[in-house]
Design a protein around this ligand. Structure first.
Ligand code: ADE
Ligand code: ZN
Length: 343
């Protein structure tokens, strides 16, 4: 990659729309929190934990991801985790981020919802003060659990309704289709919450259709399996439904064998509103700029793709339209200044 393209990718303002905040927990922080909270881990050291990050599919990752999250107990733990992410995101010129969090993973261990949302929300406020980084929270339901469990989690979270903007659906996809959560998402829509859902990461195109039709998803997280269904591809392009694609995640979880085989470029060329995201950066070997750089190298993408992907990231976000326009203008200005020095 030329130094010029690298500087454009790393320096341009961008939005991150698919980051599980629990997936940003670095092994060092996991061990620090485990010591502080007296939680025992099935790994003897940071090195041993890192060595276990050799995944064969989504489930093999989720087993370790939930073990890592078990060290989070207090409001301060959630705050520290989110601030560590924001520091890295700010360095990557992320100006806006929509963070997923999984409350059921924590409340099922006796952690109060107040500690989960309170710590994350306080970090969002401080990120704005410290780095000018705007952040919002999206509460995810775990699809391997029941709809009743999701509904109970929603009810608990409603005390903090003004502290999150939307809901999502994550965890083990295969065997847990979107229609399992029809009622809880209907309730969320009635409450005015924004709706996203993981679909078509490992699961079939039918899950993407039902995430749209049954849950009312406004964005599809991953969605890379859409390529198997040409009618669905046309629908996603026509409706401008954004896909939050996570290239390094897809390689680590063996959705594609190699980054060179990733379909991101084809999805873009089919006219889809594709965005690049990090998913679980601590586990998948890279934060947002690492995802951009490695994907651009592997797929031989250029400056016009960079600007297109950053534009998509703002267009796909749930941010206030005035603020979105402000960042789109900043992006154009950044591009013009970059072009003037790199012709
Ligand atoms: N939770 C955290 N990361 C996830 C992913 N990539 N897919 C589904 N659920 C997740
Ligand atoms: Zn995800």
């Amino acid at each position: 990659m030329t130094p010029a393209l690298r500087s454009l990718l790393t320096g341009m303002p961008k939005d991150e729309l698919h980051i599980h905040i629990e997936g940003s927990l670095e092994p060092e922080l996991i061990f620090q929190l485990a010591r502080r909270n007296g939680v025992s881990l099935p790994y003897a050291s940071v090195e041993q934990l890192r060595a276990a990050y050799a995944f064969t599919n989504l489930q093999s990752f989720l087993d370790i991801y939930y073990a890592g999250a078990s060290v989070l107990l207090t409001e301060d733990d959630f705050y520290a985790m989110a601030m560590a992410y924001f520091e890295r995101a700010a360095a990557d010129h992320v100006v806006h981020a929509e963070l997923f969090f999984d409350p059921q993973t924590h409340t099922s261990r006796g952690v109060p919802m107040a500690a989960v949302i309170g710590g994350l929300y306080r970090a969002c406020q401080d990120a704005r003060q410290r780095w000018g980084l705007h952040a919002e929270l999206i509460l995810c339901f775990l699809r391997h659990l029941s709809q009743e469990d999701a509904m109970a989690s929603l009810e608990l979270a409603l005390t903090y309704r003004h502290q999150f903007i939307g809901v999502g659906l994550d965890s083990s996809e295969l065997g847990h289709p979107p229609e399992k959560f029809t009622q809880v998402f209907a309730r969320c829509r009635d409450l005015g919450l924004r709706v996203v859902a993981h679909a078509g990461e490992e699961g079939p195109p039918a899950y993407i259709h039902s995430a749209l039709d049954v849950l009312g998803a406004e964005r599809i997280d991953h969605g890379v399996q859409a390529e198997q269904d040409s009618a669905l591809m046309q629908r996603l392009a026509r409706q401008c439904t954004p896909l939050t694609v996570c290239p390094l995640s897809n390689i680590k979880l063996c959705v594609f064998d190699e980054l060179r085989q990733h379909n991101l470029r084809r999805l873009l060329e089919a006219g889809l509103c594709v965005t690049i995201n990090s998913d679980d950066p601590s586990y998948f070997g890279g934060y947002l700029n690492d995802n951009y750089i490695q994907t651009f190298e592997a797929l031989d993408l250029g400056p016009e793709h960079a600007i297109q992907l950053a534009r998509h990231s703002f267009e796909a976000s749930f941010v206030d339209p005035a603020l979105r326009d402000h960042w789109l203008i900043q992006l154009d200005e950044y591009h013009q200044a970059w072009s003037a020095t790199h012709v």
